[in-house]
Design a protein around this ligand. Structure first.
Ligand SMILES: Cc1ncc(COP(=O)(O)O)c(C=O)c1O
Length: 444
């Protein structure tokens, strides 16, 4: 197949892709849920497999012509089982949220009680957050993270005993500690609930051995494939031996909830192939080293920031991400630092901190992660440099205070974004980062 077709046929889109590539080359991607995939993953993702319809599962399709697609999907499934040590895997969910939706459909009746980590304390939207299907269709009773970033398991046990949930989530989107699979299993087992680990953020670390595997403790595991796992966008639902012991039909229920009764029809076969490729990569010794380096880098970055006076939730990190607690600079300060960092060439995201005095729209923290910059080959000494740039950027915005009045606040942020464009220090940092990034090529 010839290349450059896109450039000839649709130069506008081709141009945007080039622009995005340049943006990535020149800056540091530090959103913890992002990564840079390999060329092999991208090739599978951009392959002809996208054309095929294959509703159903290997050997049981609703369309003809799927013998080869069956081989792709079976290989992906086998690799999941090998990588996570589970007896059953469904690799079809189109993304993380549909995967989590399938779990509800498989094990809960409408209106039953579910428990998940509170959204503002780092939990995910699909774990029972207000305003989402997961709290409209089920009775959501959240558990909370203490101000010091820890979970008080006695409190969680009390909530569980009082509310008798059918399903409990362990795992989150912004939690800088190891996920407490064992502690949450004690609670779920005590009240007879299904325990589901959502390891979207740490799946790659689990395969690399840089984070514990939840398989011995939980009944179901869900994950996205595009974060630390470094694959295409996509997701997997796994059933563990503990899950099959609790309910021998659990695997069938999960499969049925994904298709045909639940969240989707035809699987994305190009995506399944790319997931298989990512899993093969993730089981190599190089990836093992990568996973450990991600955590080492995060720890060094957190320490360097702490030394320079930046407050980090829970005092550091045990995984790939950290939360800068900016409450000392007033409520909602994450808005200012996120923007300043972007101007300086660091892409991170504003985020709530546990018991945030502000709201998720104007949170008081910033979430930073090391998966993508580690893929580019950055190491501990580079983290110290990055910490310096972050602190310099923070100096530039530390005196801004978010206004209380909502209308005035919108205008204030608009003006702030304009002002910050002319900030010479941020421009200087951006130049330095651009120069620095040349030493760390992207995989594509
Ligand atoms: C813990 C967790 N679960 C699920 C998801 C949802 O994934 P997706 O964005 O693919 O729907 C995310 C996404 O950030 C996540 O952090």
């Amino acid at each position: 197949m010839k290349k450059d077709n896109l450039q000839k046929q649709d130069p506008e889109i081709a141009g945007f892709i080039k622009e995005e590539l340049q943006r990535r080359k020149d800056g540091l991607e530090m959103i913890p849920s992002e990564n840079h995939t390999s060329l092999a993953v991208l090739e599978a993702l951009g392959s002809i497999l996208t054309d095929k319809y294959s509703e159903g599962y290997p050997g049981k399709r609703y369309y003809a012509g799927n013998d080869i697609i069956d081989k792709v999907e079976n290989l992906a499934i086998e690799r999941v089982k090998q990588a996570f040590l589970v007896p059953h895997a469904n690799v079809q969910p189109l993304s993380g949220s549909p995967a989590n939706t399938a779990v509800y459909l498989a094990v809960c009746e409408l209106g039953e009680v579910i428990m998940g980590q509170n959204l503002a304390d780092g939990g995910h939207l699909t774990h029972g957050a207000k305003g989402t299907f997961s709290s409209k269709f089920y009775k959501s009773v959240p558990y909370y993270v203490e101000q010091d970033g820890s979970i008080d398991f006695k409190k969680v046990m009390k909530i569980a005993k009082e509310n008798k949930p059918k399903l409990i989530w362990v795992g989150a989107s912004a939690y800088p500690k190891l996920f407490p699979f064992k502690e949450m299993a004690e609670i779920a087992d005590e009240v007879g609930a299904y325990l589901v680990a959502d390891i979207a953020h740490v799946a790659g670390l689990v395969i690399a051995g840089a984070h514990p595997n939840p398989a011995p403790y939980v009944h179901i595991i869900t994950t996205t494939t595009h974060k630390t796992l470094r694959g295409p966008r996509g997701a997997i639902v796994m059933v563990t031996q503990k899950g099959l012991d609790k309910d021998p039909d659990l695997a069938k229920k999960i499969d049925k909830a994904v298709f045909p009764a639940g969240v989707q029809a035809g699987p994305h076969n190009h995506q399944t192939a790319a997931i298989a490729v990512a899993l093969k990569e993730a089981m190599t010794p190089e990836f093992k080293e990568y996973g450990h380096q991600v955590v080492k880098n995060a720890k060094v970055l957190a320490e360097a920031l702490t030394e320079k006076g930046v407050k980090i939730v829970s005092g550091g990190t045990e995984n790939h991400l950290m939360l800068l607690d900016l409450t000392a600079y007033g409520k909602g300060h994450g808005v200012f630092l996120e923007e300043a960092l972007e101007r300086a060439g660091i892409t991170a995201n504003k985020n709530t901190v546990p018991q945030d005095p502000s709201s998720p729209f104007y949170p008081s923290g910033v979430r930073l992660g090391t998966p993508a910059i580690t893929t580019r080959g950055m190491k501990e000494k580079d983290m110290k440099k990055i910490a310096e740039w972050i602190v310099r950027a923070l100096q530039e915005v530390k005196d801004y205070r978010l206004l209380e009045d909502k209308k005035e606040r919108v205008l204030q942020i608009k003006q702030f974004k304009k002002d910050i464009l002319n900030n010479q220090v941020l421009k200087d940092i951006q130049k330095e980062i651009k120069e620095f990034c040349r030493k760390f090529p992207l995989p594509y």
